[in-house]
Every structure is written in structure tokens, then in C-alpha cells.
Design a protein around this ligand. Structure first.
Ligand SMILES: NC(=O)C1=CN([C@@H]2O[C@H](COP(=O)(O)OP(=O)(O)OC[C@H]3O[C@@H](n4cnc5c(N)ncnc54)[C@H](O)[C@@H]3O)[C@@H](O)[C@H]2O)C=CC1
Ligand SMILES: O=C(O)C(=O)[C@H](O)COP(=O)(O)O
Length: 383
């Protein structure tokens, strides 16, 4: 078998090597000519998979090592009897780490604690529900808006989006990009809703760029400095709005889910689906391949003040400022679109909070709860 894979998918040789010959290409260079003579195609979110790419090829299976699937024409795959798998939830923890690192930074800049503000989560799937769990662990008040789940599960504890906007100081978007059906999400945050955001509030988008009307956001940010904004995803990536970029407090190039753990999990999930599709045994396991994190343990004494100690753990593991500064450096050097893609292709190793163990020398309950709530492993001295 011949396999064509995006060069930014880790461990492809280790997982798929036994199946045949592997060719690697940058995602934006995967075109119809490159795909034609391959049996299996492995992509990330930047490769549009549709008739234009696959017509006339011998591809029989497409895997995307991502959570999002809006770049794949699944109806086309089904109609042409081409197998398909994505990697649900693979990098959800990574996105939550990104959100918490960002919110912590903005809270510190404002001289506030995280639990002083109510967080609104829009889209409570793999990402949003994990964010809700960690916020609960930290006693941060939060509200959830997820109309499809509210309908399917009969939830009366969820709220609608306008209520969420009215009642929350921090709005986090974690919706997929959906154009059809009862709950489309393209420009879900439209000009009216962006205008309705409370003065001093924070708007964060780590779902898909087009869930938020970027032109309307630009207008609101340009008009006054009362809204703080975190954008990891943008309309028209990688050639994003150059004028919006400097108005955003935390601007990153679609890397919220780019922890090594999340990417490797994505490869493993798609590998399992491929083996299942071809009726082959699943022999390779991520546990055998995963490198140890180079920071495994932090030890805190009983004198550690909770706020500072928590910030230290977050920064030791993943500091969002690294990606803000890194993206800015690449943008200056290569221009917006090339800098956006290059930073992602050369992304530095990042491990999830859950890979760091924090040892506490004394049973300090406030600190233990805060650190465990953020997603770190906690070990108490003597246990
Ligand atoms: N920035 C990044 O690096 C990453 C971005 N993503 C994006 O985040 C999205 C969400 O990821 P998951 O939570 O894993 O997906 P998921 O499919 O598990 O959950 C999505 C949730 O959104 C809800 N939803 C759908 N339409 C909605 C609407 N109109 N209003 C409110 N909620 C709505 C669904 O009911 C579902 O519960 C992905 O589809 C992907 O586009 C995912 C991973 C990394
Ligand atoms: O999993 C998803 O969905 C994502 O958005 C990915 O984290 C994006 O990674 P790339 O496909 O852009 O490398």
C-alpha cells in the first residue's frame, strides 16, 4: 500500500510503517497529482479533501489526525466508498491548557483572580466539557451554551447564547464550523452579539475562525479598548486580517491543540481506524512510543502562596506568551501567511499539564485543589 501523509503528523512511520511505503508532504502541497497513486491519505486541517483532490485517485481511506472535520467532504467520501476517520477529542486537553494559560495571563494583567469572573462556554463537546470540568475543580463559576446537546439530552442547566453573553465576563468559543442544520455556527458570534459583549469582558476563540465575524470584531476592538480578546483561530488562515492582529491581546496561529501529546494521540486514533478498516490487528500502541516529558516534577513547600505557585506550574508547563512572541517573530521575518504556517510546522515541543507532577510538602488543601483543578497531577508528601 502507498500512504501519503502531511509532514506535521508525528509518528506516522512508527504506526503505519508495516503497511507500506510512506510519502510526506506539507499539507498545503497535497494536491490531486500528489494524491493520485496513493491508497491511504493522512491529513491535518489545512488540506481540503473533496472531489477536486480525490477524483481520479485510487485513495480508499482518508484519515484526519484532528478533531475538526470541516475541511473534509464526508458526503463525497461516502458516495465513493472511501473509508474515513477523524480523531475525536485527541487534543482537547491541549486546548483546555491553552485556554487556562491565556485566562490566567489576562487575569494577572488585570490584577484579578480567575474565580472572580464568570466564564461562558459555547460548545460543550470534548473541549468545552473538559474546560467545564477543570473550572469546576477550581471553583470558577461558569455557564454552558450547547443547543444540540440541550435538545438531545433534555438539559435544562444549559443557557442560550444571548443569555450567556449577558451573564458572563469571559466567553470561550469551542464550536465546530457548521453551515447546515438547526444550529449553524458560521458567524455564530455576529456583529450584534459582539456589540452586546459586556465592557471589560474577554472573548476567546479556539474553535474555528469563521464561528466569529472577524470584521465585526475588528470594528468593535478599533472603536474602543473595553474588550479583551484571545484568538487562536481566524477567518481566512493563514492570510489573516493584518489590521485585526495588533488589536488582539493574545494572538496565536492555531496552535491551541498542538501539544505533542494531542498530536500523537491523533495519529494513534487514526491508525486504529485504518487497521479496523482493513481488518488488520492493532499491534502498535502509543504508550510504547511516547517520549518522557523533560519536565516531570515540581516540588512545592508548605510556604508556597497558592496564586503564585499555580502560575509557576502553568508557566513551567505551557506559557502562552511563548507562542505569542514566537508567532510575532515569525510574522515579522516571513510575513503573515508564511509566518503563520511556518510557526506551526516548526512548533516547539509542548506537553500537557497532566504530564507534570506537582509534589506538595504539606497537605495544603487550597493549593492542592487549585493545582489539581488546573489539570496537573498532585502528590502529597508521605503518600
Ligand atoms: N484551536 C485548535 O487548535 C483546535 C480547535 N478545535 C476546534 O474545536 C471544535 C470543538 O472541538 P470538540 O469539543 O472536540 O468537538 P465536539 O464535536 O466534541 O464538540 C462540539 C460541541 O459543539 C456543540 N455545538 C454545535 N453547534 C453549536 C452551536 N450552534 N452552539 C453551541 N454549541 C454547538 C456540539 O453540540 C458539541 O457538543 C472542533 O470542531 C474544532 O473545530 C479542536 C481542536 C483544536
Ligand atoms: O484538531 C483540530 O481540529 C485542530 O484544529 C488542530 O489542532 C489543528 O491542527 P492543524 O491541522 O492545523 O495542524
Amino acid at each position: 500500500m502507498r500512504i501519503l501523509a502531511d509532514q506535521n503528523i508525528p509518528l506516522v512511520e512508527a504506526f503505519f510503517g508495516e503497511l507500506g511505503e510512506i510519502t510526506r508532504l506539507p499539507g498545503r502541497r497535497i494536491d490531486a497529482a500528489a494524491v493520485r497513486d496513493h491508497d491511504i491519505l493522512l491529513v491535518r486541517s489545512i488540506t481540503r479533501v473533496d472531489a477536486g483532490l480525490l477524483d481520479g485517485s485510487r485513495v480508499k481511506f482518508v484519515g484526519t489526525c484532528t478533531i475538526g472535520t470541516d475541511h473534509v467532504d464526508q458526503a463525497y467520501l461516502k458516495a465513493h466508498d472511501i473509508g474515513f476517520a477523524s480523531a475525536p477529542g485527541c487534543n482537547a486537553e491541549s486546548v483546555v491548557d491553552y485556554v487556562l494559560s491565556s485566562l490566567l495571563l489576562l487575569a494577572e494583567e488585570a490584577g484579578e483572580a480567575l474565580d472572580e469572573r464568570t466564564v461562558g462556554i459555547v460548545g460543550a463537546g470534548n473541549v468545552g466539557s473538559r474546560l467545564a470540568k477543570r473550572l469546576s475543580g477550581m471553583d470558577v463559576p461558569h455557564l454552558i451554551c450547547d443547543p444540540p446537546r440541550a435538545r438531545d439530552e433534555g438539559r435544562d442547566d444549559f443557557v442560550d447564547l444571548d443569555t450567556l453573553i449577558e451573564r458572563c465576563d469571559v466567553i470561550c468559543l469551542h464550536t465546530p464550523l457548521v453551515d447546515t442544520g438547526d444550529h449553524p455556527t458560521r458567524h455564530l458570534m455576529d456583529a450584534r452579539r459582539i456589540r452586546a459583549l459586556r465592557p471589560g469582558s474577554v472573548l476567546l476563540n479556539a474553535g474555528r475562525g469563521a464561528c466569529l465575524d472577524n470584521a465585526a470584531l475588528h470594528e468593535r476592538l478599533a472603536a474602543g479598548g473595553d474588550l479583551r480578546c484571545v484568538l487562536d483561530v481566524w477567518e481566512d488562515e493563514p492570510g489573516i486580517d493584518e489590521a485585526l492582529f495588533p488589536l488582539v491581546d493574545i494572538a496565536t496561529p492555531h496552535i491551541a491543540g498542538h501539544s505533542l501529546d494531542g498530536k500523537m494521540r491523533g495519529t494513534e486514533l487514526v491508525y486504529q481506524a485504518v487497521m479496523h478498516h482493513y481488518g488488520l490487528p492493532v499491534r502498535c500502541k502509543l504508550g510504547q512510543l511516547k517520549p518522557d516529558p523533560w519536565l516531570r516534577k515540581l516540588v512545592l513547600t508548605e510556604w508556597a502562596p497558592p496564586r503564585e505557585a499555580l502560575a509557576l506550574c502553568v508557566r513551567a508547563c505551557y506559557d502562552v506568551r511563548r507562542d505569542m512572541v514566537g508567532f510575532e517573530r515569525y510574522r515579522r521575518r516571513f510575513g503573515m501567511a508564511e509566518g503563520f504556517d511556518r510557526y506551526r510546522a516548526e512548533y516547539p515541543v509542548r506537553r500537557e499539564f497532566s504530564t507534570l507532577r506537582v509534589d506538595l510538602k504539606k497537605n495544603n488543601n487550597d493549593l492542592r485543589e487549585a493545582i489539581a483543578g488546573f489539570g496537573f497531577k498532585v502528590k502529597l508528601a508521605g503518600k
